[in-house]
Design a protein around this ligand. Structure first.
Ligand code: PLP
Length: 384
C-alpha cells in the first residue's frame, strides 16, 4: 500500500518511529510492575513519573494533577460522571452544561447522568459550529456543578472559545472541563492561564499509542473514583499501569508540542489548498469555521452524494477519509454535529472529512483533490 493516502488523522494517527522506540524497552526487558518495590519495578515507577512530569509541564499543570487513563473516552467519562456525582453528594448540585456537538464519550455520559436524575443543558451552536460564551453564561444556574465544552470539534474542526468559558466558569465558581482530545499536541494548552479545571487527552491522536489517555484535574477538584482497586494514580484510578503506553504518550506529546508551530503552518497551507480544490466541485460547501478551525481539518459537503458511498469509492482510489466521525460511521444517520449546525439533511448526508497529520504531504493533497473530484463526478453520473 505504498501509494495509499491516509487522510483520517482525526480518527487516529500512525505511531511515530521515535515513540515506538521509546516504548519497546518497557515491552521487552523492563517489564516489571511499577508497584513492585525492587529495582525492576522501581525503574518502571520512575519512567511513569518522568512521563507525568513532562506532560504536566507541557500544559502548565503540576505532575500531581495528571492521571493516566486507558483512553480519551475514559477521561471524559471520569470527568463528567465523577464530578457530577461528587458535587451532587457534597453540595446537592445536579445540573450540568455541555454542548450539542460533543463527542459521544461526553454526550452518552451526560445521557447516563440524566437517567440518574441529573439535569443537562445541551447548548446549541451557530452555523459554523461555534458555542457562544453568552449562551454558557445564560445557562448557568445556582445548582450548576460543571460545564464541559470541547476544545476543538472532531468533525468540523471548529475551535471553541475555551479561555473565555474558563474565565467565566472560574468567576462563577463552577468547574470547567474541556475535551481536548482533538486539540492536544495541535493547539497550545495552558490549563492555568485558561482557567481549565479538567482536561481530557488521548495519545493516539498525536502519533502516540492507542489505549492511553490523560485526565488533568486541578488540585483539590478530583472527581469521584471511577476505577476502584489498587493504589495506582495515588488511589484515584486503580489498575496496573501501562508503562510502555505512558512512556509513549509522553514522548509523542513532547514531539507534537516541539513541532507544533512548524506543523501548524505546514498543515494549514495543505488544508486550505484541499478546501480550495474541493470547493471547485459544483454544489459543494465547507462545513465549520474557515478561520477558527484545526489546521488539519477539511470538512466539505456535496449535494446529491451519499457520504458512505463516497468513502467506499475513495477507498478504492487508495484514499482513506471519513464521513462524520469514525466512531459514528457504520450508522447511516447524518452526523449530530452537522445537524446541530443547521446543515440541511441532504448536505449533512454527503459530508466528507479529510484530516491531515504529521505525515501528510503535498502529493497527498493533490491525490485527495483528484480522487474526490473523480469519485463525486462518478457518483453523480457525470463522468465521461
Ligand atoms: N473526544 C473526542 C473529541 C474525540 O475525537 C475522541 C476520539 O475520536 C474521543 C473523545 C475518544 O478518544 P479515545 O478514542 O481515546 O477513546
Amino acid at each position: 500500500m505504498s501509494d495509499f493516502v491516509y487522510a483520517d488523522n482525526a480518527a487516529t494517527t500512525r505511531i511515530a518511529d521515535e515513540v515506538l522506540e521509546a516504548m519497546l524497552p518497557y515491552l521487552k526487558e523492563n517489564y516489571g510492575n511499577a508497584s513492585s518495590v525492587y529495582k525492576f519495578g522501581r525503574d518502571n515507577h520512575q519512567a511513569i513519573e518522568k512521563a507525568r512530569k513532562s506532560i504536566a509541564g507541557l500544559i502548565g499543570a503540576s505532575a500531581m494533577e495528571i492521571f493516566f487513563t486507558s483512553c480519551g473516552s475514559e477521561s471524559d467519562n471520569w470527568a463528567l460522571k465523577g464530578t457530577a456525582r461528587r458535587l451532587a453528594a457534597a453540595e446537592g448540585k445536579r445540573h450540568i452544561i455541555t454542548t450539542a456537538i460533543e463527542h459521544h464519550a461526553i454526550l452518552h455520559s451526560a445521557q447516563a447522568l440524566e437517567k440518574e436524575g441529573f439535569e443537562v443543558t445541551y447548548l446549541p451552536v451557530d452555523s459554523l459550529g461555534m458555542v457562544s460564551v453568552d449562551a454558557v453564561r445564560d445557562a448557568i444556574r445556582e445548582d450548576t456543578a460543571l460545564v464541559s465544552v470541547m476544545y476543538a470539534n472532531n468533525e468540523v474542526g471548529t475551535i471553541q472559545p475555551v479561555s473565555e468559558i474558563g474565565a467565566l466558569c472560574r468567576e462563577k465558581g463552577i468547574l470547567f472541563h474541556t475535551d481536548a482530545v482533538q486539540a492536544a499536541g495541535i493547539l497550545p494548552i495552558d490549563v492555568k492561564a485558561q482557567n481549565i479545571d479538567m482536561l481530557s487527552m488521548s495519545a493516539h491522536k498525536f502519533n502516540g499509542p492507542k489505549g492511553i489517555g490523560v485526565l488533568y484535574c486541578r488540585r483539590g477538584q478530583f472527581p469521584e473514583n471511577f476505577m476502584d482497586g489498587g493504589a495506582q494514580e495515588r488511589g484515584h484510578r486503580a489498575g496496573t499501569e501501562n508503562v510502555a503506553n505512558i512512556v509513549g504518550m509522553a514522548k509523542a506529546f513532547e514531539m507534537a508540542c516541539g513541532e507544533m508551530e512548524e506543523k501548524t503552518e505546514r498543515l494549514r497551507v495543505l488544508r486550505d489548498h484541499i478546501i480550495e480544490g474541493l470547493l471547485k466541485i459544483h454544489d459543494s460547501a465547507l462545513n465549520g469555521d474557515p478561520e477558527k478551525r484545526l489546521p488539519g481539518n477539511v470538512n466539505v459537503s456535496f449535494a446529491k452524494i451519499d457520504g458512505q458511498s463516497l468513502i467506499f469509492d475513495l477507498d478504492l482510489e487508495g484514499v482513506a477519509a471519513s464521513s462524520g466521525s469514525a466512531c459514528a460511521s457504520g450508522s447511516l444517520d447524518p452526523s449530530h454535529v452537522l445537524l446541530a449546525m443547521g446543515i440541511p439533511y441532504e448536505m449533512a448526508h454527503g459530508s466528507l472529512r479529510v484530516s491531515l497529520g504529521r505525515y501528510s504531504s503535498r502529493s497527498d493533497a493533490e491525490r485527495i483533490i483528484k480522487a474526490v473530484t473523480d469519485v463525486v463526478a462518478g457518483l453523480r453520473g457525470e463522468k465521461k
